[in-house]
Design a protein around this ligand. Structure first.
Ligand code: KG4
Ligand code: ZN
Length: 340
């Protein structure tokens, strides 16, 4: 019996082409990430057609590099895992076609993986998961509180009613004249400014676990436009600090409330916005005071953004459950948390 299980994982849902080799769902042997951000920056967002073309150019190179860096060949692998949703359909299809071709050519089973499950399982590359756990998923397209009682089981107990947290960062960044994606830069500016504008904290007192960020975005835009009309220039650092203070306070308050309402052992913060320093610091401070017994897991920065190692970590669970797909597997751009 082969004790080490090696999975080749492929991620191409948005603007990173990534391929990884992951051992037993917990150890990264390689994690190649080819970012396209430079190509999309000048358009102020991800252009789907441009993304697909980059994926086509990069995918084979990334597969070869991932195998070479891990020092393995196809014969050493137990399965091929691939993100089949949610994401851009054209982008997903490139990873899917490559994964199917590789699996078929090498007689390997194919594991279909949900991109958002991947973000949560990035935490598994840091520490073993203990259930029940709560995950705060914050990315460019999602803001959700996910309750998990066991591996591979996801219950969304709260979500955004409008914009995702990352989307709000990127839209506000555009108003500030920052380039896409602007979350990281706003985070840096925020640490140099002060929360002097006191933006609204939407839904913070409501008795649910939902979020809303469009009111904050409008308040931000109104403030900056009014100042512009008066010929005043507002300090970008204070604007960033005020915006971030609102986002972080809402995310932290609602997440703590959720962790108090459910019997959780761990809290995982996942997705691109999990890279936010203000959120990491704010959550850690609040957890120490309010829920010292709940363990906080925040993946390192390189595992917060899109990458294939997290897909390989989530795939380990699916392999144990024999959740295989056949060659008819299609991309599901709006895939939610449920199994095929
Ligand atoms: O998970 P991700 O890489 O892609 C999606 O699946 O959406 O998340 C990208 C999002 C972008 O909106 C980006 O602005 C945001 O994550 N982001 C951040 C930070 N780093 C990336 N937002 C706030 N603070 C950061 N440090
Ligand atoms: Zn993502």
């Amino acid at each position: 019996m082969n004790e080490t299980e090696l999975i080749l994982a492929i991620e191409s849902s948005c603007d990173e082409t990534s391929v990884a080799v992951v051992e037993n769902g917990e150890k990264i042997l390689s994690n190649i990430v080819a970012s396209q951000i430079k190509s999309h920056k000048r358009f102020g967002g991800v252009v789907p057609e441009v993304a697909s073309r980059h994926h086509v150019e990069q995918i084979t190179i990334c597969i070869e590099e991932a195998l070479a860096e891990a020092n393995v060949t196809a014969e050493d692998l137990q399965a091929v895992a691939v993100t089949y949703g949610p994401g851009l359909v054209g982008a997903l299809l490139i990873g899917l076609s490559a994964a199917k071709a590789f699996a078929w050519a090498n007689g390997l089973p194919l594991l279909p993986i949900n991109h958002m499950a991947g973000h949560i399982y990035a935490a598994r590359l840091v520490a073993p998961l203990e259930f029940p756990l709560m995950a705060l998923l914050v990315s460019g397209g999602h803001t959700e509180l996910v309750y998990m009682t066991e591996d591979g089981s996801y219950e969304i107990i709260g979500e955004t009613r409008d914009d995702a947290a990352g989307e709000a960062y990127d839209k506000v960044g555009r108003v500030l004249g920052l380039s896409y994606p602007s979350g990281k830069e706003i985070d840096e500016l925020a640490h140099q400014g002060k929360d002097i504008y006191n933006f609204p904290r939407a839904m913070i007192k409501e008795d649910n676990f939902d979020f809303s960020f469009s009111g904050l975005k409008s308040a931000f835009i109104n403030l900056t436009h009014n100042a512009e009309q008066r010929g005043e220039e507002l300090d970008k650092k204070d604007l960033a600090a005020s915006f971030q203070a609102s986002v972080v306070e809402v995310l932290v308050t609602k997440t703590i409330k959720a962790c108090e309402a459910y019997p959780v052992k761990q809290l995982v913060i996942a997705g691109g916005v999990a890279a936010n320093r203000g959120l990491r610091e704010g959550m850690s401070a609040a957890m120490n005071v309010k829920l010292p017994k709940v363990k906080l897991i925040v993946p390192p920065l390189r595992l917060c953004g899109d990458n294939a190692a997290m897909i390989g970590a989530a795939a380990h669970v699916e392999l144990q459950k024999h959740h295989f797909a056949d060659m008819s597997l299609n991309a599901k751009p709006s895939l939610a948390f449920q199994h095929i």
